[in-house]
Design a protein. Structure first.
Length: 309
């Protein structure tokens, strides 16, 4: 995890250095044309924009180790404050969507896998394939058009009413549509993976032997098929975490959800590199931790797998 994180951070700085966009122009905005050379030099010196990218990377890590994540020019706050303020919104939404999508995919995938070729199986598989080919922003816009604009049941964006403080009721009301959009976007691949694993497990010699002993129905599924079939789904959860973060970025942007993913998009558009680097490396760490947890869960379910250092 440590060398991967370091290499990712190095790549972020290298790509930023090769970018054609001028961070000085982004910092000054509309004032760039009217700014004097002295003012431009002052901004360049204040934000260390004249550093070599390798030196900037080294200094950035030195500041990180001293607890300084930098200053966000777009939020006018420290990067640490931006992350601590927005992290609960993203973690709450992403974890809720991940757990819901995994639960639906595992249960439904097990059911249709045991009834392969039936009408319900064909309908679920076709719907999953269609949703897998649908970008998250399309799902988000459809939900907004139907439930917010058409029916008027739910708010279109944000996490609270204008002028109100954050509240549990407001968060739940405003969070329904982004939660559904993110959950629906994650279900298809998990569902198809679980179904395929159940089909393979049902055709194994061990399951045939269990059927020969008179075991069938839910007992067969729960005791012989599901424990083996859920492992590929758990492995997929770890590898699809980058997709979860990308989907969260799109969904949060569409719905104006005040999470880290929206801040990541805003920092990239505005060339707020201090915030972009912190969020990029932080996302990498979250993906690596999630992958490790999915491996640990697989070993916990089936200790025969084992792990080698």
């Amino acid at each position: 995890m440590i060398p991967t994180t370091i290499l990712v951070s190095l790549g972020i700085f290298a790509v930023a250095a090769a970018s054609p966009f001028d961070p000085l122009t982004a910092h000054l905005g509309d004032r760039y044309q009217s700014a004097t050379q002295a003012q431009r030099d002052a901004v360049t010196q204040a934000y260390d924009l004249d550093q070599n990218w390798l030196q900037a990377w080294w200094n950035w890590w030195a500041d990180i180790l001293h607890g300084d994540l930098g200053w966000s020019s777009t939020k006018s706050q420290t990067v640490a404050h931006v992350i601590s303020e927005r992290l609960p919104f993203t973690l709450g939404m992403s974890l809720a969507a991940l757990i819901s999508a995994a639960a639906v995919a595992i249960v439904l995938g097990a059911v249709i896998g045991m009834r392969r070729g039936g009408l319900f199986d064909r309908a679920c598989t076709a719907l999953a394939a269609m949703l897998a080919a649908t970008p998250p922003f399309v799902v988000s816009l459809v939900l907004v058009s139907v439930f917010a604009v058409g029916l008027g049941w739910l708010p279109t964006s944000g996490a609270r009413r204008p002028g109100d403080d954050y509240s549990v009721d407001g968060l739940l009301t405003h969070g329904v549509l982004p939660y559904l959009a993110l959950t629906v976007s994650m279900i298809p691949w998990l569902l198809l993976t679980m179904r395929s694993a159940v089909v393979d497990a049902a055709a194994s010699d061990a399951v045939h032997a269990a059927r020969a002993r008179g075991i069938g129905g839910w007992t067969l599924l729960r005791g012989h098929v599901a424990p083996v079939s859920v492992l590929p789904t758990l492995a997929l959860l770890g590898t699809r975490l980058p997709e979860l973060i990308a989907g969260a970025a799109i969904v949060e942007t569409v719905f104006g959800w005040p999470g880290l993913a929206q801040a990541l998009v805003d920092s990239a558009v505005a060339l707020d590199f201090s915030l972009l680097a912190g969020l990029g490396v932080g996302s990498t760490i979250l993906v690596l931790i999630g992958s490790a947890l999915s491996d640990a869960a697989a070993v916990w379910i089936d200790p025969r797998i084992g792990l080698s250092a």
